[in-house]
Design a protein around this ligand. Structure first.
Ligand code: ZN
Length: 147
């Protein structure tokens, strides 16, 4: 079970980032990525002017990684470029960060067997694998470190 990090958990700490309100297309990531996300939000907060048309469109997990979508038509290209770099950097780190607990994780583990791709630490791979047996049996699967 991945406990979600909600908009309410972080929004008020980054008033310039969220001046447009909650992400239009929602927010769906686990609590384990809170530190990662906060680093990104703070860095963007520091770059934004007091008022802008900046909006966060969506924050989600896809194929084991963080996705962070933004919108702005008026921010200078230089600022947008800087923000995009920060987003790329954070998305990269998400692939080695357990989405449940924030420990060192690995993306894609067990995905071929169970049809899911998540970035998890060995402990949470083990936990999540219970009940995911191909024939519905509830047996834990051994953790296999990716090559
Ligand atoms: Zn974990």
């Amino acid at each position: 079970m991945i406990e979600p990090l909600t908009y309410e958990d972080v929004a008020e700490d980054y008033p310039k980032v969220f001046q447009g309100g909650p992400p239009r297309c929602g927010m769906g990531i686990g609590l384990g990525w809170e530190n990662l996300l906060r680093e990104l939000l703070q860095a963007i907060e520091d770059l934004l002017p007091a008022e802008s048309d900046f909006k966060v469109d969506q924050i989600k997990e896809k194929f084991g990684g963080l996705r962070f979508y933004i919108f702005s038509q008026t921010l200078p290209e230089k600022t947008l470029k800087r923000i995009r770099k920060l987003i790329d950097f954070t998305e990269g780190l998400s692939f080695v960060t357990c989405e449940v607990c924030g420990s060192r994780g690995y993306a894609g583990t067990e995905s071929s067997r169970y049809g899911w791709i998540k970035t998890l630490c060995p402990e949470h791979v083990e936990e999540r694998s219970r009940g995911y047996g191909p024939d519905g049996t509830r047996r834990p699967t051994p953790y296999v470190e990716p090559k």
